[in-house]
Design a protein around this ligand. Structure first.
Ligand code: OSB
Ligand code: MG
Length: 367
């Protein structure tokens, strides 16, 4: 496998509805799309970094520069016998797991396509569909209750509610009161501290499947302390960027569930290692999302077919996010399941080139 050329472009898609979490509101999805070419085959991946560092410290400007000046030039024209051969080329670079993931994921897509296999087959996944949940942004409580009902009616198997200070306990109480049997979770996106322990403890009354990332994005230690004080399992998202983060979290009981985002953790190899370590610790994982287009969503679905993805993931219908997606196939759930896209090998979706050109800037071309 020798990559002969590449394209890097920024894509802008308006969101169907604004998405508010504790750190702010998104009204559009702006993301980098990487295309790698080898012998006429194309591999794709999208980046999950935000324009500015408000989810993690990685952000678009530095990631784009790293891809343009270092990562893409390092792989063009260099024979790679398999995706593992990328590891030594990426090893020197600290952080920037999202930029590294873009390159790695596009190589996996290309590799699977060169073998004529669905991506799930080359990473060790199986099955035709994956269980899906939904992540509901912050809206007034009455509106959130309507959205919960509508998504339960559509079959979503778990409802995740975004919370923030002042919009937490009353919301959860109302949701649990209205939907006594639903699988409910909350996601704080790091907006609390140990000073909020009493509030976190009060959440124990509402039978949540887990509380996602309640404390600082870079603080495993405080999560371990909090877990000794509450019964609800803690799920880590932002805090798990590497295998070593996962090991420390599992060894210290800072997480009893882990949200794996392949686009956040450097790609498939690191995600597979995290997945396997969680299995060894008997800790379930699920696949998180970053409002991806059909390209990132297809990657996430293939990843979700690994055996320890035993909880529903945030891989919901594309139409929840966008009126029109950049893939020719619309990824839609039915009955609480998302079918694995296999309209061809690799990630199993194809790009709608005409529409992509309309929603992206002029690509930078390499090679
Ligand atoms: O914390 O999982 C998160 C979206 C953007 C940034 C962070 C998160 C999210 C979501 C949405 O929860 C998941 C999705 O539907 O893609
Ligand atoms: Mg989260």
């Amino acid at each position: 496998l020798t990559i002969d050329s590449a394209e890097l472009r920024l894509v802008r898609l308006p969101l169907v509805t604004p998405f508010t979490i504790s750190t702010g509101t998104m009204t559009e999805k702006l993301f980098p799309l990487l295309t790698l070419r080898a012998n006429g085959i194309e591999g794709y991946a999208e980046g999950v970094m935000d324009p500015w560092p408000d989810y993690l410290e990685e952000a678009l400007p530095s990631s784009m520069a790293l891809l343009r000046e270092v990562l893409i030039p390092a792989v063009i024209g260099r024979p790679l016998s398999n995706p593992q051969a990328l590891t030594p080329l990426l090893a020197p670079w600290r952080g920037h797991r999202m930029a590294l993931a873009m390159l790695e994921m596009a190589v996996w897509d290309l590799w699977a396509k060169s073998l004529g296999l669905p991506l799930q087959d080359v990473i060790g996944g199986s099955g035709d569909q994956v269980a899906v949940g939904v992540s509901l942004g912050i809206t007034p409580v009455a509106e959130t209750l309507r959205r919960i009902e509508s998504h339960l009616d559509q079959g979503y198997q778990r409802i995740k509610l975004k919370v923030k200070p002042g919009h937490d306990l009353a919301l959860v109480r109302a949701a649990r009161g209205a939907f006594p049997d639903a699988h409910l979770t909350v996601d704080a996106n790091s907006c609390y501290s140990l000073a909020d322990t009493a509030l976190m403890k009060a959440m124990d009354a509402f039978d949540l499947d887990y509380i996602e990332q309640p404390l600082a994005w870079n603080d495993l230690h405080d999560h371990a302390t909090l877990q000794t004080r509450i019964a609800t399992p803690i799920c880590l998202d932002e805090s798990i960027k590497t295998l070593q983060d996962a090991r420390k979290a599992l060894q210290t009981d800072a997480a009893r569930v882990i949200n794996i985002k392949v686009g956040r953790s450097g790609g498939y190899l690191e995600s597979l290692r995290i997945h396997d370590l969680c299995l060894a610790f008997n800790v379930p994982v699920w696949c998180g999302g970053m409002l991806e287009s059909g390209i990132g969503r297809a990657h996430n679905i293939h990843l979700s077919t690994l055996p320890n993805f035993t909880k529903p993931g945030d891989v919901s219908s594309s139409s929840r996010y966008f009126t029109r997606d950049i893939t020719e196939q619309q990824l839609e759930t039915a009955g609480g399941q998302m079918p694995v896209p296999r309209h061809g090998p690799g990630i199993g979706v194809t790009v709608d080139r005409g529409f992509l050109a309309r929603v992206s800037e002029t690509p930078e071309v390499f090679g």
